[in-house]
Design a protein around this ligand. Structure first.
Ligand code: MLT
Length: 269
């Protein structure tokens, strides 16, 4: 079901009596990247909420850089509108950066965390330069140029060679986004702080999940992140790249569903 009351757009799956689970998308995609997992998890009994972050999909575009804190505040506004106090939350890549901001703003509202293909570190000097280059590419040449630029970075060689349907889904999500939305999220990611020091304070049950051949959030960085979070579970998806939600949708779904079942989420509400 689509909603347009809160500042950002979101889609819900399943009955409101289920345990709430928020799925936060990667850059520069939309909430639609989660629809395979959202549909299945709603059938398993969860109330799944999938926002379009500010600047993406059906959400409004900001004329200024959108910080991860702003995106986290938008998520909390959606939870408030749905009358949800505590929720499980999964963030993939940029979605994970938003989860770290959520923990800074309102950790008590996050009951369970899934940090997927993401990292706690801030951007390197060359990373910061890349953010601004991508922002300018979006503004000057449009979203299709961004889609062309990021395809080989975000999708694995295997997906590009063998999975035309996934490449097309990815491409149309990116190319359909507003160029200014992409630019201001790129600039907003550049402003995010390092979250490494936050990891040891996390008390919520946590899954860290990463594709084995992810080059953006590496297995080594994910292992270090899981080691720094008390009791966190690390799952490495074999042969999977960065955008596991669309490149290895069934494997990621299995990891998420197993984690939630094992932490007994459904029994809590
Ligand atoms: C993403 O997948 O959200 C982006 O690749 C994140 C990033 O560029 O750091």
């Amino acid at each position: 079901m689509s909603h347009d009351h809160a500042i950002c757009a979101y889609t819900t799956f399943g009955a409101r009596t289920g345990y709430p689970l928020l799925l936060i998308h990667a850059f520069p995609l939309t909430g639609a990247m989660w629809f395979t997992q959202a549909q299945s998890l709603s059938l398993a009994g969860y109330f799944v909420i999938v926002p379009d972050l500010r600047g993406f999909g059906a959400s409004p575009v900001s004329p200024l850089p959108v910080t991860m804190d702003q995106m986290a505040a938008d998520i909390l506004a959606i939870a408030d509108e749905c009358h949800i106090d505590r929720f499980a939350v999964a963030g993939l890549s940029m979605g994970g950066y938003v989860v770290f901001a959520l923990l800074r703003l309102a950790h008590q509202r996050c009951s369970h965390l899934m940090l997927i293909d993401t990292r706690a570190s801030a951007d390197s000097e060359s990373g910061l330069q890349g953010r601004e280059e991508l922002a300018l590419l979006a503004i000057e040449n449009g979203s299709k140029s961004v889609a062309d630029r990021v395809t080989p970075r975000l999708l694995s060689e295997f997906t590009v060679q063998n999975n035309r349907a996934t490449v097309e889904t990815f491409y149309s999500m990116v190319a359909g986004n507003d160029p200014l939305g992409i630019a201001n999220a790129s600039r907003g990611m550049a402003l995010r702080p390092d979250s490494t020091a936050l990891l040891s304070s996390i008390a919520a049950p946590t899954l860290v999940c990463v594709g084995e051949i992810d080059t953006i959030a590496t297995v080594d960085e994910s292992r270090a992140m899981a080691n720094a979070i008390s009791g966190a579970k690390l799952t490495v998806l074999p042969n999977a790249g960065h955008l596991t939600a669309i490149e290895s949708p069934g494997e990621l779904l299995y990891a998420m569903a197993s984690f939630m079942r094992n932490t007994g989420i459904q029994r809590e509400r």
